[in-house]
Design a protein around this ligand. Structure first.
Ligand code: GFB
Length: 330
């Protein structure tokens, strides 16, 4: 089935008729795609906390977003007015290196199905979650939105980045050709409750929490941290990300991408010391230089978001402390 053959939809035309931007009120029908993941679950919690009454979620066991027909049926049945597209295959540096085929295929399919179904079923506004890895691997820091597509991508996550770039371009193309209102947000490295703590596939922060916690329990003499410890990364708690996404759904209507971050970064070595301290581990840290460092630095310029009036609330220490509590209590 292709989108253009659907009956009772808005059809395809070459005219660009901008849709009226209606505010997302508390009774709006809001679909969170990917509500079982780190980002989607945080957006769901935040929408519920803010009193949104009609949030639509479908478990992945019931709806496979890789199946185009199933996605179109969902949109026909539920008629969402707003969509947070947080469903994606994600992972840390090793997962990206090991499974590039799955990362490119699954992300391209999921986002293509959801974005096109949103268009055909008259969704008022869609928010697409990109990633800071869409920027060139060696771009000047902090990363301004205008650096997008200005240079070569970091090779460890090129397949994932290409899929995310296609998602951004698809939103922009639908805005231009069909007059849609689809926005694309670029979060920095995220962490928080509901994260993946698998040591082979996770991002660095959950991996360090688990490594130091287990080493403390086993009374290991040392913990192995991948790479040189020199790369710098910026970390945003997923509850702050969710708050920014809802804020942008309400306050941002431009086709250009917008960054979401804290504006501060930290070296992996200092991050390891911080997690070690929070967990209360007393052994040594050693570095495994056979593992990749990835891009040397990834710090977003968040002045555009700040100018709109949004700021993060959770410091890195507070965020790691609460995530560590969640990890030990879950
Ligand atoms: O978080 P991470 O896997 O991904 O790794 P990226 C960040 C840095 O932490 C790298 C180092 O320099 C890793 O070598 N590191 C140290 C570790 N110890 C560990 C460990 O135990 N586990 C992990 N995973 N890293 C990702 C992209 O890049 O960023 C994704 O692969 C996505 O596509 C995400 O864009 C935001 O920050 O390098």
């Amino acid at each position: 089935m292709t989108g253009d053959t659907l009956k009772g939809t808005r059809g395809s035309s070459d005219t660009s008729v901008p849709q009226e931007v209606l505010p997302m009120d508390k009774k709006a029908r809001i679909y969170v795609a990917g509500h079982q993941g780190l980002v989607g679950s945080a957006i769901l919690r935040q929408l519920q906390a803010q009193g949104y009454q009609n949030v639509i979620t479908i478990p992945r066991e019931v709806l496979d977003l890789l199946e185009q027909e199933a996605v179109y049926h969902l949109f026909a049945r539920e008629e969402p007015q707003y969509v947070f597209l947080a469903a994606a295959r994600v992972g840390g540096i090793e997962a990206n290196r090991s499974f590039p085929a799955q990362f490119i295929r699954e992300n391209l399919l999921i986002q293509t199905h959801v974005i096109d179904a949103a268009y055909h079923h008259g969704v008022r506004k869609l928010l697409f979650l990109g990633s800071s890895c869409i920027y060139p691997g060696l771009a000047p820091q902090p990363l301004k939105e205008e650096y997008f597509l200005n240079g070569r991508l970091e090779e460890t996550n090129e397949a994932y980045a290409i899929a995310k770039i296609a998602g951004i371009k698809m939103c922009q193309a639908y805005n231009r050709q069909y007059g849609c209102n689809y926005i694309s947000v670029m979060p920095t490295n995220l962490y928080g409750p509901g994260d993946n703590f698998d040591l082979n596939t996770s991002h660095v922060l959950p991996a360090l929490i688990r490594k130091f916690h287990e080493a403390k329990i086993r009374q290991d003499k040392q913990v192995v941290v991948w790479g040189s410890g020199k790369p710098r990364r910026e970390f945003l708690h997923v509850d702050d990300l969710a708050s920014a996404c809802i804020f942008l759904m309400q306050n941002y209507d431009q086709p250009e991408i917008i960054n979401i971050g804290t504006g501060k970064d930290i070296s992996i070595a200092n991050l390891a010391s911080l997690v070690k301290n929070i967990v209360g581990y007393e052994g040594k840290i050693v570095y495994d230089h056979s593992k990749p460092d990835g891009t040397p630095r990834k710090l977003l310029d968040t002045s555009k978001l700040k100018a709109l009036g949004w700021q993060p609330q959770i410091t890195l220490r507070q965020g790691i402390e609460s995530t560590y509590r969640w990890f030990t209590e879950k």
